[in-house]
Design a protein around this ligand. Sequence first.
Ligand code: CUA
Length: 205
Amino acid sequence: MYHSGIEAPQGIWWKPVHGGEKVWVIIAFVWCMVLFAMMPFWHLKGGQNPSGIRHKVEPAAYMARTAEFIKEYKVGEDRGMPIVQPPPGSHIYLQASMWQWTPIMKLEMGKEYILHISSLDVNHGFNLFPINVNFQIVPGYDYALRVTPNEAGNYEIICNEFCGIGHHLMTGRIIVIDGDEAAAVDAGNDAGGLAQVDVAEGENR
Ligand code: CUA
């Protein structure tokens, strides 16, 4: 059948809706409701959206707080990046900026810490490798999470939100040590541990 742009094709919208059409509308609507209900359900039951403590923070204020944190608990350095070993139970501060994660943290296995994360400039992505942890780090907001490392080892922090030319270089580190093993090392024994690695022990207090 021939149509021109001037003569409109014959419409059918005024004809009554076919029964099958209604069924599909109902199915689609019910499915929308299911998905809608899944959001709160998965938040509460799925355990994948941690309910952190969060509040607004000026990037400059966050930077100052992180600097203070580093100064207080610094135990060494790795290629210019400070390594801090805060006491268990304390508030710890991780700072994302183009293109680094400051500082390197040394945490004890099985102990709880309150981990604060914020960005100084643009959006970054906090991805803790090899675990499936993934957060958007937004400037102006301080996200605080209660964390308890449950396995000793080296964890790489990878930025997974494109943040500019150095995005692919933006990696950081969290070192989880076995408290007992660390004590053994301090006592001068060879713990043969995996967590001590290539980190300069520095002026460990
Ligand atoms: Cu920070 Cu990509």
